[in-house]
Write a protein that binds this ligand. Structure first.
Ligand code: GLA
Length: 386
Protein backbone atom coordinates (compact mmCIF):
# COMPACT_ATOMS: atom_id res chain seq x y z
CA UNK A 1 0.00 0.00 0.00
CA UNK A 2 2.81 2.37 1.01
CA UNK A 3 4.64 1.60 -2.24
CA UNK A 4 1.52 2.26 -4.24
CA UNK A 5 1.08 5.69 -2.63
CA UNK A 6 4.73 6.51 -3.29
CA UNK A 7 4.31 5.47 -6.91
CA UNK A 8 1.27 7.68 -7.23
CA UNK A 9 3.13 10.69 -5.82
CA UNK A 10 6.10 10.12 -8.15
CA UNK A 11 3.79 9.77 -11.16
CA UNK A 12 1.95 12.95 -10.21
CA UNK A 13 5.18 14.93 -9.78
CA UNK A 14 6.56 13.76 -13.13
CA UNK A 15 3.22 14.72 -14.72
CA UNK A 16 3.61 18.22 -13.26
CA UNK A 17 7.20 18.40 -14.50
CA UNK A 18 6.07 17.37 -17.99
CA UNK A 19 3.39 20.00 -18.15
CA UNK A 20 5.83 22.63 -16.92
CA UNK A 21 3.88 23.33 -13.73
CA UNK A 22 6.57 22.34 -11.29
CA UNK A 23 9.24 24.58 -12.82
CA UNK A 24 7.15 27.50 -13.93
CA UNK A 25 3.48 28.17 -13.44
CA UNK A 26 3.47 30.86 -16.14
CA UNK A 27 2.60 29.39 -19.54
CA UNK A 28 5.26 30.32 -22.06
CA UNK A 29 4.81 32.86 -24.83
CA UNK A 30 5.72 33.08 -28.49
CA UNK A 31 8.11 35.99 -27.99
CA UNK A 32 9.90 34.12 -25.23
CA UNK A 33 10.24 30.83 -27.09
CA UNK A 34 11.58 32.62 -30.18
CA UNK A 35 13.61 35.24 -28.33
CA UNK A 36 16.96 33.99 -29.50
CA UNK A 37 15.68 33.27 -33.02
CA UNK A 38 13.76 36.28 -34.36
CA UNK A 39 11.20 38.93 -33.43
CA UNK A 40 7.56 37.87 -33.37
CA UNK A 41 5.17 40.43 -34.77
CA UNK A 42 1.56 41.10 -35.67
CA UNK A 43 -0.21 43.69 -37.79
CA UNK A 44 -2.61 45.73 -35.67
CA UNK A 45 -5.82 47.57 -36.38
CA UNK A 46 -7.22 50.41 -34.21
CA UNK A 47 -9.52 48.09 -32.23
CA UNK A 48 -6.55 46.15 -30.96
CA UNK A 49 -4.38 49.23 -30.40
CA UNK A 50 -7.08 51.03 -28.38
CA UNK A 51 -8.00 47.94 -26.40
CA UNK A 52 -11.62 47.99 -27.62
CA UNK A 53 -10.68 44.44 -28.58
CA UNK A 54 -9.54 43.66 -25.06
CA UNK A 55 -8.63 40.04 -25.64
CA UNK A 56 -6.93 40.79 -28.95
CA UNK A 57 -4.77 43.39 -27.25
CA UNK A 58 -3.96 40.94 -24.48
CA UNK A 59 -2.70 38.42 -27.05
CA UNK A 60 -0.44 41.09 -28.55
CA UNK A 61 0.97 42.13 -25.18
CA UNK A 62 1.57 38.53 -24.21
CA UNK A 63 3.02 37.06 -27.38
CA UNK A 64 4.48 39.72 -29.66
CA UNK A 65 7.42 42.11 -29.50
CA UNK A 66 6.90 43.81 -32.85
CA UNK A 67 3.91 45.53 -34.44
CA UNK A 68 3.08 46.69 -37.96
CA UNK A 69 0.39 49.20 -38.92
CA UNK A 70 -2.16 47.10 -40.82
CA UNK A 71 -3.74 50.07 -42.63
CA UNK A 72 -3.48 53.38 -40.77
CA UNK A 73 -0.16 54.51 -42.25
CA UNK A 74 -1.02 53.81 -45.88
CA UNK A 75 -1.35 56.86 -48.13
CA UNK A 76 -5.16 56.70 -48.44
CA UNK A 77 -6.02 56.44 -44.76
CA UNK A 78 -3.35 58.94 -43.65
CA UNK A 79 -3.72 61.58 -46.38
CA UNK A 80 -7.07 61.06 -48.14
CA UNK A 81 -7.24 64.52 -49.69
CA UNK A 82 -4.72 67.25 -50.39
CA UNK A 83 -3.77 68.86 -47.10
CA UNK A 84 -6.05 66.57 -45.03
CA UNK A 85 -4.11 64.32 -42.70
CA UNK A 86 -5.50 61.69 -40.41
CA UNK A 87 -2.56 61.07 -38.13
CA UNK A 88 -4.42 60.12 -34.93
CA UNK A 89 -4.72 56.32 -35.51
CA UNK A 90 -1.06 56.08 -36.58
CA UNK A 91 0.05 58.20 -33.62
CA UNK A 92 -1.88 55.87 -31.31
CA UNK A 93 -0.24 52.80 -32.80
CA UNK A 94 3.22 54.32 -32.36
CA UNK A 95 2.45 55.35 -28.77
CA UNK A 96 1.20 51.83 -28.02
CA UNK A 97 4.38 50.30 -29.47
CA UNK A 98 6.60 52.70 -27.52
CA UNK A 99 4.73 52.15 -24.27
CA UNK A 100 5.26 48.42 -24.57
CA UNK A 101 8.78 48.57 -25.92
CA UNK A 102 7.98 46.95 -29.25
CA UNK A 103 9.77 47.06 -32.59
CA UNK A 104 7.48 49.25 -34.70
CA UNK A 105 7.16 48.82 -38.46
CA UNK A 106 5.58 51.59 -40.52
CA UNK A 107 3.68 50.22 -43.51
CA UNK A 108 3.90 51.46 -46.23
CA UNK A 109 5.17 54.59 -48.01
CA UNK A 110 4.92 53.67 -51.70
CA UNK A 111 2.18 51.33 -52.90
CA UNK A 112 -0.26 51.49 -55.80
CA UNK A 113 -3.22 50.30 -53.71
CA UNK A 114 -4.92 52.33 -50.99
CA UNK A 115 -3.34 55.45 -52.46
CA UNK A 116 -5.75 58.19 -53.52
CA UNK A 117 -6.09 59.22 -57.17
CA UNK A 118 -5.24 62.82 -56.36
CA UNK A 119 -1.65 61.75 -55.75
CA UNK A 120 -1.31 61.07 -59.46
CA UNK A 121 -3.32 63.97 -60.91
CA UNK A 122 -2.82 67.71 -61.24
CA UNK A 123 -5.47 70.24 -60.22
CA UNK A 124 -7.14 69.93 -63.64
CA UNK A 125 -7.43 66.18 -63.25
CA UNK A 126 -4.70 65.38 -65.79
CA UNK A 127 -1.92 62.91 -65.01
CA UNK A 128 0.96 64.60 -63.19
CA UNK A 129 4.24 64.98 -65.05
CA UNK A 130 7.00 62.63 -63.85
CA UNK A 131 8.65 65.60 -62.15
CA UNK A 132 5.46 66.65 -60.36
CA UNK A 133 4.82 63.06 -59.24
CA UNK A 134 8.37 62.75 -57.93
CA UNK A 135 7.71 65.89 -55.91
CA UNK A 136 4.45 64.38 -54.55
CA UNK A 137 6.47 61.30 -53.56
CA UNK A 138 9.06 63.44 -51.83
CA UNK A 139 6.47 65.46 -49.94
CA UNK A 140 4.58 62.35 -48.88
CA UNK A 141 7.71 60.74 -47.50
CA UNK A 142 8.83 63.98 -45.89
CA UNK A 143 5.54 64.44 -44.06
CA UNK A 144 4.78 60.84 -43.09
CA UNK A 145 8.22 59.29 -42.57
CA UNK A 146 9.41 62.62 -41.13
CA UNK A 147 6.63 62.68 -38.55
CA UNK A 148 7.60 59.27 -37.21
CA UNK A 149 11.37 59.64 -37.56
CA UNK A 150 13.04 58.39 -34.41
CA UNK A 151 9.76 56.71 -33.43
CA UNK A 152 9.23 53.87 -35.85
CA UNK A 153 12.06 51.37 -36.04
CA UNK A 154 11.53 50.47 -39.67
CA UNK A 155 9.55 51.32 -42.80
CA UNK A 156 8.24 49.18 -45.59
CA UNK A 157 9.35 51.85 -48.04
CA UNK A 158 8.17 50.27 -51.28
CA UNK A 159 5.48 47.61 -51.50
CA UNK A 160 4.79 45.21 -54.39
CA UNK A 161 6.51 46.84 -57.35
CA UNK A 162 7.99 43.70 -58.96
CA UNK A 163 5.98 41.46 -61.29
CA UNK A 164 5.87 37.66 -61.47
CA UNK A 165 8.44 37.69 -64.29
CA UNK A 166 10.85 39.88 -62.32
CA UNK A 167 10.20 43.10 -64.24
CA UNK A 168 8.73 46.28 -62.75
CA UNK A 169 4.93 46.21 -62.57
CA UNK A 170 3.21 48.92 -64.59
CA UNK A 171 1.63 50.47 -61.49
CA UNK A 172 0.37 54.05 -61.20
CA UNK A 173 3.61 54.96 -59.47
CA UNK A 174 5.87 53.24 -61.99
CA UNK A 175 3.99 54.61 -65.00
CA UNK A 176 3.76 58.06 -63.47
CA UNK A 177 7.48 58.34 -62.70
CA UNK A 178 8.29 56.67 -66.01
CA UNK A 179 10.68 53.95 -64.82
CA UNK A 180 10.45 51.45 -62.00
CA UNK A 181 14.11 51.79 -61.15
CA UNK A 182 13.82 55.54 -60.85
CA UNK A 183 10.79 55.25 -58.56
CA UNK A 184 12.54 52.82 -56.24
CA UNK A 185 15.72 54.90 -56.11
CA UNK A 186 13.81 58.07 -55.26
CA UNK A 187 11.68 56.34 -52.63
CA UNK A 188 14.63 54.86 -50.76
CA UNK A 189 16.66 58.08 -51.04
CA UNK A 190 13.82 60.15 -49.59
CA UNK A 191 13.08 57.61 -46.85
CA UNK A 192 16.73 57.57 -45.87
CA UNK A 193 16.83 61.37 -45.80
CA UNK A 194 13.63 61.91 -43.80
CA UNK A 195 13.86 58.94 -41.45
CA UNK A 196 17.60 58.37 -41.17
CA UNK A 197 17.45 56.12 -38.14
CA UNK A 198 14.75 53.72 -39.34
CA UNK A 199 15.56 50.53 -41.14
CA UNK A 200 14.31 50.61 -44.72
CA UNK A 201 12.68 47.59 -46.35
CA UNK A 202 11.23 46.34 -49.59
CA UNK A 203 8.11 44.17 -49.14
CA UNK A 204 6.31 41.90 -51.64
CA UNK A 205 3.96 38.91 -52.05
CA UNK A 206 4.89 35.78 -54.01
CA UNK A 207 8.52 36.72 -53.39
CA UNK A 208 9.19 32.97 -53.39
CA UNK A 209 8.49 32.68 -57.14
CA UNK A 210 11.92 32.16 -58.69
CA UNK A 211 11.61 34.79 -61.46
CA UNK A 212 10.05 37.33 -59.11
CA UNK A 213 12.57 36.53 -56.37
CA UNK A 214 15.42 37.16 -58.80
CA UNK A 215 13.82 40.42 -59.94
CA UNK A 216 13.67 41.59 -56.34
CA UNK A 217 17.30 40.58 -55.82
CA UNK A 218 18.28 42.53 -58.96
CA UNK A 219 16.49 45.60 -57.67
CA UNK A 220 18.25 45.37 -54.30
CA UNK A 221 21.66 44.98 -55.95
CA UNK A 222 20.88 47.97 -58.15
CA UNK A 223 20.21 50.10 -55.04
CA UNK A 224 23.33 48.81 -53.33
CA UNK A 225 25.42 49.62 -56.40
CA UNK A 226 24.04 53.15 -56.39
CA UNK A 227 24.98 53.49 -52.73
CA UNK A 228 21.32 53.84 -51.71
CA UNK A 229 20.47 52.32 -48.35
CA UNK A 230 18.16 49.32 -48.17
CA UNK A 231 18.23 47.27 -44.98
CA UNK A 232 15.89 44.39 -45.59
CA UNK A 233 13.37 42.46 -47.63
CA UNK A 234 9.95 41.39 -46.39
CA UNK A 235 8.60 38.15 -47.80
CA UNK A 236 4.84 38.55 -47.47
CA UNK A 237 3.54 35.16 -46.47
CA UNK A 238 -0.10 35.07 -47.57
CA UNK A 239 0.15 31.34 -48.08
CA UNK A 240 -2.13 28.33 -48.14
CA UNK A 241 -2.31 24.75 -46.95
CA UNK A 242 -0.58 23.49 -50.11
CA UNK A 243 1.43 26.39 -51.45
CA UNK A 244 4.05 27.59 -51.93
CA UNK A 245 6.35 24.59 -52.07
CA UNK A 246 8.71 24.60 -49.13
CA UNK A 247 11.83 24.57 -51.27
CA UNK A 248 10.74 27.84 -52.84
CA UNK A 249 10.37 29.41 -49.41
CA UNK A 250 13.82 28.19 -48.42
CA UNK A 251 15.43 29.39 -51.66
CA UNK A 252 13.88 32.85 -51.29
CA UNK A 253 15.21 33.19 -47.73
CA UNK A 254 18.69 32.08 -48.87
CA UNK A 255 18.73 34.33 -51.95
CA UNK A 256 17.71 37.44 -50.03
CA UNK A 257 20.06 36.73 -47.12
CA UNK A 258 22.95 36.38 -49.58
CA UNK A 259 22.45 40.05 -50.53
CA UNK A 260 23.57 41.02 -47.05
CA UNK A 261 20.22 42.49 -46.01
CA UNK A 262 17.81 41.43 -43.28
CA UNK A 263 15.10 38.97 -44.25
CA UNK A 264 11.66 39.17 -42.73
CA UNK A 265 8.63 36.94 -43.07
CA UNK A 266 5.84 39.51 -43.15
CA UNK A 267 2.07 39.26 -43.48
CA UNK A 268 1.91 35.58 -42.50
CA UNK A 269 -1.46 33.85 -42.72
CA UNK A 270 -2.53 30.45 -44.04
CA UNK A 271 -5.71 30.49 -46.11
CA UNK A 272 -7.91 27.41 -45.58
CA UNK A 273 -10.70 28.27 -48.05
CA UNK A 274 -11.12 27.34 -51.70
CA UNK A 275 -10.21 29.57 -54.61
CA UNK A 276 -7.46 31.68 -53.20
CA UNK A 277 -4.75 30.00 -55.19
CA UNK A 278 -1.37 31.59 -54.62
CA UNK A 279 -3.08 33.78 -52.04
CA UNK A 280 -3.86 36.40 -54.63
CA UNK A 281 -6.76 36.75 -57.00
CA UNK A 282 -6.07 40.02 -58.70
CA UNK A 283 -8.96 41.86 -60.28
CA UNK A 284 -11.74 41.06 -57.85
CA UNK A 285 -13.64 38.86 -60.32
CA UNK A 286 -14.86 36.81 -57.37
CA UNK A 287 -16.72 39.85 -56.10
CA UNK A 288 -19.22 39.24 -58.90
CA UNK A 289 -22.72 38.88 -57.38
CA UNK A 290 -23.09 35.37 -58.82
CA UNK A 291 -20.60 34.13 -56.25
CA UNK A 292 -22.97 35.28 -53.53
CA UNK A 293 -25.63 32.83 -54.77
CA UNK A 294 -26.64 30.11 -52.33
CA UNK A 295 -24.96 27.21 -54.11
CA UNK A 296 -21.71 29.11 -54.55
CA UNK A 297 -21.79 30.26 -50.96
CA UNK A 298 -22.03 26.71 -49.67
CA UNK A 299 -19.06 25.71 -51.82
CA UNK A 300 -16.89 28.76 -51.26
CA UNK A 301 -17.57 29.32 -47.57
CA UNK A 302 -17.65 25.82 -46.06
CA UNK A 303 -16.41 26.50 -42.51
CA UNK A 304 -18.87 29.05 -41.19
CA UNK A 305 -19.48 27.00 -38.08
CA UNK A 306 -15.84 26.31 -37.34
CA UNK A 307 -12.96 24.35 -38.80
CA UNK A 308 -13.53 20.59 -39.01
CA UNK A 309 -10.83 18.56 -37.24
CA UNK A 310 -9.35 17.33 -40.50
CA UNK A 311 -8.69 20.87 -41.74
CA UNK A 312 -7.57 22.01 -38.29
CA UNK A 313 -4.96 19.26 -38.48
CA UNK A 314 -3.85 20.32 -41.97
CA UNK A 315 -3.47 23.88 -40.72
CA UNK A 316 -1.40 22.66 -37.77
CA UNK A 317 0.85 20.58 -40.01
CA UNK A 318 1.33 23.53 -42.36
CA UNK A 319 2.21 25.93 -39.54
CA UNK A 320 4.66 23.38 -38.18
CA UNK A 321 6.27 23.01 -41.62
CA UNK A 322 6.78 26.71 -42.20
CA UNK A 323 7.97 27.45 -38.67
CA UNK A 324 10.41 24.58 -38.91
CA UNK A 325 11.90 26.32 -41.95
CA UNK A 326 11.97 29.69 -40.19
CA UNK A 327 13.55 28.25 -37.07
CA UNK A 328 16.15 26.27 -38.97
CA UNK A 329 17.01 29.41 -40.91
CA UNK A 330 16.82 31.66 -37.87
CA UNK A 331 20.33 33.01 -38.51
CA UNK A 332 18.97 34.57 -41.68
CA UNK A 333 15.59 35.74 -40.39
CA UNK A 334 15.09 38.90 -38.38
CA UNK A 335 11.34 38.85 -37.80
CA UNK A 336 8.16 36.86 -38.45
CA UNK A 337 4.99 38.95 -38.52
CA UNK A 338 1.42 37.63 -38.73
CA UNK A 339 -1.05 39.66 -40.76
CA UNK A 340 -3.50 40.16 -37.93
CA UNK A 341 -3.94 38.77 -34.45
CA UNK A 342 -6.96 36.44 -34.64
CA UNK A 343 -9.46 35.08 -37.13
CA UNK A 344 -12.28 37.50 -36.31
CA UNK A 345 -10.46 40.44 -37.89
CA UNK A 346 -8.39 38.82 -40.63
CA UNK A 347 -8.57 40.47 -44.07
CA UNK A 348 -8.98 36.95 -45.43
CA UNK A 349 -12.64 37.03 -44.32
CA UNK A 350 -13.17 39.64 -47.02
CA UNK A 351 -10.71 38.73 -49.76
CA UNK A 352 -10.94 37.68 -52.53
CA UNK A 353 -14.63 37.05 -51.82
CA UNK A 354 -16.39 39.28 -49.31
CA UNK A 355 -18.12 37.96 -46.22
CA UNK A 356 -16.58 34.52 -45.75
CA UNK A 357 -15.41 32.80 -42.60
CA UNK A 358 -11.70 32.13 -42.88
CA UNK A 359 -9.40 30.66 -40.24
CA UNK A 360 -5.84 31.60 -41.19
CA UNK A 361 -4.20 32.67 -37.90
CA UNK A 362 -3.03 31.02 -34.66
CA UNK A 363 -5.91 32.44 -32.59
CA UNK A 364 -9.57 31.76 -33.43
CA UNK A 365 -12.59 34.08 -33.44
CA UNK A 366 -13.00 33.71 -29.70
CA UNK A 367 -9.34 34.79 -29.37
CA UNK A 368 -8.46 31.28 -28.19
CA UNK A 369 -5.22 29.59 -29.26
CA UNK A 370 -5.65 26.84 -31.84
CA UNK A 371 -3.69 23.58 -31.98
CA UNK A 372 -1.37 25.30 -34.47
CA UNK A 373 -0.48 27.81 -31.75
CA UNK A 374 0.70 25.02 -29.43
CA UNK A 375 2.77 23.46 -32.17
CA UNK A 376 4.42 26.77 -33.08
CA UNK A 377 5.01 27.60 -29.41
CA UNK A 378 6.66 24.29 -28.64
CA UNK A 379 8.71 23.96 -31.80
CA UNK A 380 11.95 25.71 -30.71
CA UNK A 381 12.21 23.52 -27.61
CA UNK A 382 11.43 20.44 -29.66
CA UNK A 383 13.97 21.26 -32.37
CA UNK A 384 16.67 22.24 -29.90
CA UNK A 385 16.37 18.78 -28.32
CA UNK A 386 16.94 16.95 -31.62
C1 GLA B 1 -0.85 43.46 -49.11
C2 GLA B 1 -0.39 44.69 -48.34
C3 GLA B 1 -0.98 44.75 -46.99
C4 GLA B 1 -2.42 44.34 -46.97
C5 GLA B 1 -2.59 43.03 -47.61
C6 GLA B 1 -4.02 42.62 -47.52
O1 GLA B 1 -0.18 42.34 -48.76
O2 GLA B 1 0.99 44.79 -48.21
O3 GLA B 1 -0.87 46.03 -46.50
O4 GLA B 1 -3.21 45.30 -47.60
O5 GLA B 1 -2.20 43.15 -48.95
O6 GLA B 1 -4.65 43.14 -46.41
Amino acid sequence: MKIQVQLLVVTFISFLMDTGYAQNTQPSTLKKEYESAFKMGAALNPWVVSGRDTLGQKIVLTHFNSITAENVMKAGPINPEPGIYNFAPADELVAFGKEHDMFIVGHTLVWHNQTPDWFFKDTEGNPKTPKALAERLRQHIEVVAGRYAGKVDAWDVVNEVIDNDGSYRPTKWVNGIGKGEELVKLAFRYASAYSPNSELYYNDFNAWRPAKRDGIARMVRMLQKEGIRIDGIGIQAHWGLNYPRNEYIEAAIDTFASLGVKVMITELDIDVLPLTKEGQVIGGVLRDPQFQLEEFEAFLDPYQDGLPDTVQKQLTVRYEEVFRIFYEKRDKIDRVTFWGVHDAFTWKNGYPIPGRTNHPLLFDRERKPKPSFDVVLNLPAKLSKT
